[in-house]
Each structure stands twice: as structure tokens, then as C-alpha cells.
Design a protein. Structure first.
Length: 201
């Protein structure tokens, strides 16, 4: 006959079982903290360029919020001044968006160290084009600003090209791919965009 511990007989778990569960939970918590620390270390603020549109109050607020939360140095914030419309002409993209971003990336303090570009609400989404699209199903209104900034260091793009990072098992870097990972902090409101930052911490 196997005797039942008194604590079990009264519907309670033995203290040793509870202690074991607590230790397991503590170990899992410590692992998660360590993992999140690794993720933060993998992409420190020095590897990010934050693009802020000075013509947009929302862009400035979101950019400042992200930079503070992610400890992005002031030297890694690129301030542009362009229309806040969703779509801009090629000439506006070249002079008011690409030129200042490329100039910021070429500065000695950042040259070769940035892998990620973070755009903020208020930075245009698309580049208008009157030319017929090679693939209207995917690009009816010209290129996206994000994709053009991603490929800015790859010459001769004008047709579908193989992603150099496709199936790669190496850690992503601009040095190895000539690409930038471009993301965007956006939403219906500023709070929506700031919520994206909070949920990533």
C-alpha cells in the first residue's frame, strides 16, 4: 500500500512539489531575461539610423520616444524635411529623403556601422511613377520608400533581383549584403506607434 502525503490527502500539493515548480519558473524567467538581453545586445542603438521628418510633429515625437527607449545616440538620428503625404515624386524622394539619409550614413561616425533604418510616422510611403510598372500586381504606384532605402547601395536595380540574404545562415549585416533592414514605426496615432516600441522591449 502506498501512503498518501497528508498535504495531498487534504487537496494540497506537497511543499517540495511547490518549491520545484517555483524553481522551474524562476529558471525560465532568468532564461527569458537573458534571451532578451541577447536580443538587445544584437542590435544596439549604434547599429540603427532613425529617420525623422521635421515636417511632422508625430514623426518627431515617435523618433524621440524610440531613441530614448532604445538608447539610440543623437548622431544616429537623421532629420529630413519633406512632405508628409503618403506619396512623393521621384525628385522629392531623391533630394529630400535619399540624399540626407545617404549623407548621414556616410559620416565617419556611422560609416559601416549601421545595419537597420527605422522610419517614423510622417515619412512618405511610396514614390510616384508615371512609367508603366513591370509587375502591376505588386507595384502599381511605383516603388515603396522602404524598399528603395533598403537597396540604396545596390547599383543597377530596375528589375526583380535575388535577395542576397535569402537562405543565409549568417548574422545579418550591411557589410555582407549591401542591404539595410528598413522598418517603420507607424499607426493610426502616435500612441499606436509608441505601443510598437513598448511591445518590443
Amino acid at each position: 500500500m502506498i501512503s498518501t502525503p497528508r498535504s495531498c490527502a487534504h487537496g494540497k500539493r506537497p511543499k517540495i512539489f511547490i518549491l520545484g515548480r517555483l524553481l522551474t519558473c524562476l529558471a525560465a524567467l532568468l532564461w527569458l531575461i537573458g534571451a532578451s538581453g541577447i536580443c538587445r545586445a544584437a542590435a544596439p542603438g549604434s547599429r540603427v539610423l532613425v529617420v525623422v521628418n521635421e515636417s511632422s510633429a508625430a514623426s518627431k515625437e515617435i523618433g524621440a520616444y524610440y531613441a530614448a527607449k532604445r538608447h539610440v545616440p543623437s548622431s544616429n538620428i537623421c532629420r529630413i524635411k519633406c512632405p508628409t503625404t503618403e506619396e512623393v515624386d521621384e525628385s522629392v524622394y531623391m533630394s529630400d529623403i535619399l540624399a540626407p539619409v545617404a549623407n548621414a550614413l556616410s559620416k565617419p561616425a556611422l560609416h559601416g556601422s549601421v545595419d537597420y533604418i527605422v522610419l517614423t510616422k510622417g515619412v512618405p510611403l511610396r514614390i510616384h511613377s508615371d512609367a508603366p510598372s513591370a509587375n502591376p500586381q505588386f507595384s502599381p504606384n511605383g516603388d515603396s520608400v522602404d524598399s528603395r532605402l533598403m537597396c540604396q547601395d545596390i547599383a543597377g536595380l530596375g528589375s526583380p533581383s535575388r535577395n542576397p540574404f535569402f537562405k543565409s545562415e549568417k548574422r545579418f549585416s550591411h557589410k555582407n549584403t549591401s542591404l539595410y533592414l528598413v522598418t517603420r514605426l507607424d499607426g493610426y496615432t502616435v500612441k499606436d506607434a509608441e505601443g510598437l516600441v513598448n511591445r518590443s522591449l
